[in-house]
Design a protein around this ligand. Structure first.
Ligand SMILES: C[S@@+](CC[C@H](N)C(=O)[O-])C[C@H]1O[C@@H](n2cnc3c(N)ncnc32)[C@H](O)[C@@H]1O
Length: 212
């Protein structure tokens, strides 16, 4: 996908208004400027930021469209991917979880600068976020699936839709995870990278028996 195709994809999928384009472009500019201070995205992806990061994040939104009302929680948000993109393109309240101080400050700065009223940051480890009932949970390049589920199951209910972009390892990670986790899992193709996949899951629960 070229950068032009990426913008076109966004326009067609989200019917992006002028104000929303301004925010997306504002976010890209802030992110690239911050790269002088911290390494937020791989240097090699800089010229392809719209396809590799903005669309790569935005494609999660339609995959979670069946979710009920409630919060979207994004684990290990880092640069704000997909959290900030979701906050710009949807009205859903979103909480980004990030443990590194410099990244927490960056995310809060983006929220302030772009006026993203529905977005907030939990500065700390995912494992320490108070129990919640997220409508949607996302995690991009945060942790392998078994560890990801272990760390965040307390933020979910049976209704939560999990949207989890993965590289080539999606099928392997799924096989390992389903030894200890059950639920409805399926794998979607990524629109930005033929080799990548997105695991979409619901009704995730542990197979481990609770001892009486
Ligand atoms: C490889 S980066 C990916 C960032 C972003 N999601 C993206 O796709 O560009 C992983 C991020 O997860 C954060 N992280 C890792 N383990 C975490 C944990 N247990 N709790 C909160 N954040 C965590 C790291 O600080 C880092 O910013």
């Amino acid at each position: 996908m070229t950068e032009d195709e990426a913008r076109q994809w966004l326009q067609e999928r989200f019917d992006v208004s002028r104000g929303t384009w301004d925010r997306l472009e504002g976010y890209v500019a802030i992110l690239l400027a911050e790269m002088e201070r911290q390494n937020l995205i791989a240097e090699s992806t800089r010229p392809h930021i719209w396809a590799r990061h903005i669309v790569d994040s935005a494609q999660l939104i339609p995959l979670a469209s069946a979710a009920g009302e409630g919060q979207w929680i994004d684990l290990g948000s880092g640069a704000g991917l997909p959290g900030i993109v979701v906050a710009i393109l949807t009205d859903r309240p979103i909480q980004m979880v990030e443990s590194r101080r410099k990244r927490i400050d960056f995310l809060n700065g983006v929220i302030d600068e772009l006026g993203l009223a529905g977005a907030s940051v939990f500065g700390g480890r995912v494992e320490t976020v108070p129990a919640a009932k997220a409508a949607i949970i996302s995690a991009r390049a945060y942790a392998p699936l078994p560890r990801l589920l272990d760390s965040a199951i307390h933020l979910s209910t049976e209704k939560t839709i999990w949207v989890l972009p993965k590289g080539r390892n999606a099928q392997n990670e799924l096989e390992v995870a389903t030894r200890t986790w059950q639920g409805t899992f399926h794998v979607e193709h990524s629109v930005t990278d033929a080799d990548s996949a997105i695991i979409v899951a619901q009704a995730v629960r542990s197979r481990r028996k609770v001892r009486g």
